[in-house]
Design a protein. Structure first.
Length: 179
């Protein structure tokens, strides 16, 4: 994917009742996710009775359809079956995309939110609500009450997409790559 970078998901605590290294699990599944043209957003293992639940969140610039999730799930299952990274316990694999409530913390998150209404705390402006006009490696441009305002990522907290009903406006000239 041009213009996007891949970042390791944040480590999560191991499942209760046994220790599993989510970093090792991520090492096994990251190449499979990347081969599908997606980013690995998170890996989480939890206990579910006598089984474990392995939750994998993936995303891409084009989004993640149900067919995409099913395909990646099959490929991940095959990859996990070749190594003993999940231990001796049976597990259920769940592959999903991030929800609308995922915080915008990485440049790729902001790029994928182009056109969306967001709320974020800016170091020099307090709480700001605006529509993402563009985002690139250095920062994001928001349309705030008709004026375009540029913010560096360093000056922003985690952004939150605001749920809207209806169609996105087309007159803003929204882009995903800063152009």
């Amino acid at each position: 994917m041009p213009g996007s970078s891949r970042h390791a998901p944040r480590p999560r605590p191991a499942a209760p009742g046994g220790s599993l290294d989510t970093d090792k699990i991520a090492e096994v599944i990251r190449p499979v996710v990347a081969a599908a043209g997606m980013d690995l957003e998170s890996v989480r293992v939890t206990a579910a009775g006598r089984r474990r639940l392995l939750r994998v969140v993936v995303d891409s610039d084009r989004g993640v359809s149900l067919d995409d999730a099913a395909t990646v799930s099959r490929e991940l299952s095959a990859a996990l079956d070749t190594v003993a990274v999940m231990g001796d316990f049976p597990y259920t694999l769940e592959v999903s995309s991030p929800g609308v409530d995922r915080p915008l913390t990485e440049p790729r998150h902001w790029q994928r939110a182009a056109g969306r209404l967001v709320q974020v705390t800016a170091a020099d402006a307090g709480v700001v609500s605006g529509r993402v006009v563009s985002a690139d490696a250095e920062g994001v441009t928001l349309d705030v009450e008709g004026a375009h305002r540029r913010f560096s990522y360093a000056s922003l907290g985690a952004g939150a997409i605001q749920v809207e009903f209806g169609h996105l406006p087309t007159e803003l000239g929204v882009t995903r790559d800063g152009h």
